[in-house]
Design a protein around this ligand. Structure first.
Ligand SMILES: *[C@@H]1O[C@H](CO)[C@@H](O)[C@H](O)[C@H]1NC(C)=O
Ligand SMILES: *[C@@H]1O[C@H](CO)[C@@H](O)[C@H](O)[C@H]1NC(C)=O
Ligand SMILES: *[C@@H]1O[C@H](CO)[C@@H](O)[C@H](O)[C@H]1NC(C)=O
Length: 463
């Protein structure tokens, strides 16, 4: 513990000297509005929020020696290593359905069963029960074993366990994945962790009905050529339902005891950052430790709050939200607590806040033709006839900092002719407020767990 906080301090000192001058000149300025700070609207080209059919933007980070991070791709988009062409309508339906399931599970009930239940059970683990989550929409590629096998895993800050399908596994118990399935008997560095029989197995039951069961294994994890971790603990899936779109499993980045974050603490001091790409056809990045501090420039932070009852989730205080020039504060009757989640797409707001956000958004979008929405995204427009559009500026007001959102974060592009306000409303007044990945687009978000901070800056993914 003492060594790792010393390391954290060291990393921060380096960062401090690195960016001392920058911080007061370019960084501060770059993380605000463009040249017209009082203008409630962003002028954008409509194509900038419409995904292309091919991977257009590779971003600055590639998994090659000397370059430091992991590319982060939308798993259904053309930059994904497991991309399968499918009709957009099918894809959007499935994404939004998953999103509902995840939010239901975060709120502690299942849409199917309508009764409270806890669904993620880790047999024998010290943190025996954790909230369930269905997994996120973004993938990264990591290497496992010796010789190393590349695995495309779903990146999820809401999950603690990392797992991958393991051979031998019958085709009825494992789903078809893109690329080879990990085979422990092929890896010279694979071992089973020392454990009593009961703690050797894991079982994850996701809210959408998907699951992964298996046993724990340990093997060498290669994040990038310079970051290699022996004896990384992960789940070897022996009974996994489909629903991962061909990904080999999940990379859990929650802050619980068994995660990648704790396993790499001595090297990375529990620091990581990511940038979620602005469209499905561009690439973001995921970085750890010193590289995260160097590459993910940030200029402001909000305190990170740990909730002992949900130790894996990243809580922050959200005080309000600004739409155009109108600021809406969270109701004083409710705790301002919100989670930042990579696995929920669409931000969920309390009914009283959402109704004002929606009204102000409608007011600022009144020049555009409205089209019918759905219950999840109920405020939609047809922008297909426009080359450029003016869309409301949005700012999330956290404790200690204001975070202006990227234009791509305001609008969910459902089709070439349907563009919706990318926020939704919670059913109940006291449901969890969730900052979804759509609102995190093109931001650098840096998690510094030991210093209890979440830092923000404008991202450079998709540029
Ligand atoms: C296992 O090893 C064999 C022989 O070296 C190789 O042909 C095969 O591709 C390996 N499979 C996996 C999943 O690593
Ligand atoms: C696979 O997992 C599911 C869900 O946990 C369970 O219902 C089923 O019995 C398991 N099948 C086998 C063969 O273990
Ligand atoms: C849209 O904006 C671009 C610059 O971003 C400009 O060159 C173009 O003329 C604009 N188009 C229309 C129709 O206003």
């Amino acid at each position: 513990m003492a060594t790792s906080s010393a390391l954290s301090l060291f990393l921060h000192l380096i960062l401090f000297f690195f960016f001392f001058f920058l911080t007061f000149s370019t960084l501060q300025a770059s993380f605000g509005y463009d040249n017209a700070p009082d203008d409630p609207l962003h002028l954008i080209e409509v194509t900038s929020i419409t995904p292309a059919h091919h991977c257009t933007k590779l971003g600055p980070v590639r998994q090659t020696p000397g370059v430091v991070g992991l590319p982060l791709a939308h798993r259904h988009g053309p930059c994904s290593p497991i991309f399968h062409e499918q009709p957009p309508s099918m894809y959007y339906r499935s994404v939004l359905h998953k999103d509902r399931m995840r939010v239901a599970s975060l709120n502690g009930f299942s849409l199917k069963r309508k009764t409270p239940r806890r669904s993620l059970l880790i047999d024998g683990g010290s943190n025996a029960q954790l909230p369930i989550t269905s997994s996120s929409e973004f993938v990264v590629t990591v290497g496992l074993g010796t010789p190393m096998l590349d695995l495309v895993l779903i990146f999820d800050t809401g999950s603690d366990i990392s797992w991958t399908q393991c051979q031998p596994c019958s085709s009825t118990l494992c789903y078809p994945q893109q690329g080879q399935m990990f085979d422990p008997s092929n890896s010279s560095t694979f071992s089973k962790p020392p454990c009593s029989t009961s703690s050797c197995s894991y079982s994850i039951d996701y809210a959408d009905g998907s699951h992964s069961n298996g046993y724990y294994g340990q093997d060498t994890l290669t994040l990038t050529p310079e970051y290699v971790f022996p004896k990384f603990l992960f789940g070897c899936g022996q009974n996994n339902s489909d629903g991962y779109g061909g990904a080999a499993g999940v990379l859990g980045l929650g802050q619980g005891a068994t995660t990648l974050i704790s396993a790499t603490q001595s090297e990375f001091a529990s620091i990581f950052c990511y940038c979620i790409p602005p469209t499905e056809s561009s690439t973001g990045y995921l970085l750890f430790g010193l590289k995260a501090l160097e590459v993910c420039q940030t200029s402001t932070f909000t305190p990170l709050i740990t909730d002992p009852s949900r130790p894996s989730l990243y809580f922050v205080n959200l005080l309000g939200i600004t739409v155009g020039t109108k600021s809406i504060t969270m109701p004083s009757s409710m705790k301002s607590r919100a989670i930042i989640d990579s696995g929920t797409m669409i931000t969920r707001l309390p009914p009283s806040v959402y109704s004002v956000v929606q009204a102000e958004f409608k007011n600022l979008m009144k020049d555009y033709p409205a089209v019918p929405g759905s219950d999840l995204l109920d405020t939609c427009y047809d922008l297909s006839k426009y080359q450029n559009a003016t869309i409301p500026k949005l700012v999330l007001n956290f404790e200690n900092c204001k975070v202006p959102l990227d234009p791509s974060a305001a609008i969910w592009t459902e089709s070439d002719s349907k563009f919706c306000l990318a926020f939704s409303v919670n059913k109940n007044h006291d449901d969890l407020v969730i900052i979804g990945s759509a609102q995190q687009r093109n931001l650098n978000i840096l998690y510094d767990i030991q210093d209890h901070k979440v830092e923000f800056g404008s991202g450079s993914c998709g540029e």
